[in-house]
Design a protein around this ligand. Sequence first.
Ligand code: SF4
Ligand code: SF4
Length: 162
Amino acid sequence: MVDHNLNTRIFLTDGDFRELFGDQIYRLVGLMNAAAGKICPPCNGYCCRNINCGFYSEYFSTCPIFDRRPRECRYHFCNEVFNAAPLTKDEKDLMQQPVEELICGDRGEIARLFFLFPEFPVDEKGLISLGIGDEVAKIKAEFENGSISQDIAFARLNKLTF
Ligand code: SF4
Ligand code: SF4
């Protein structure tokens, strides 16, 4: 049984994502993540920067909220990653279907709700609507001017996702 509170939750754990998308997609996304781990680092956050993520800083070594990143991040891979991941043709076809088609039965309602959130939820506008825009910007500025370490910045940013 799906926890319907997950429908509107922005920040997801691995377990939340698995519950929302099911075991098969969770496993395939895990394979994509493994491929991304080898391909993404030289990009230095190309996707995060281009989607205007409020949590992104070019000076962070990685995503500061990796374990609680939104579903949009968890389900995003460029073609290069997609092609490199060791998926069968059927698995790739499955990954390419719209989220709506992936989800059936009890999960159908979740798919419909996804389209109520067509914008990236943690860009500047999204963070303001979540009421954490100023705090995220303040923590990043403190890190970037050397006042706090990356560990402290990550801990404080993660606290804002609960
Ligand atoms: S998903 Fe692709 S474009 Fe985005 S950071 Fe990774 S390799 Fe770069
Ligand atoms: S929350 Fe998503 S877009 Fe933002 S830094 Fe993390 S992975 Fe990148």
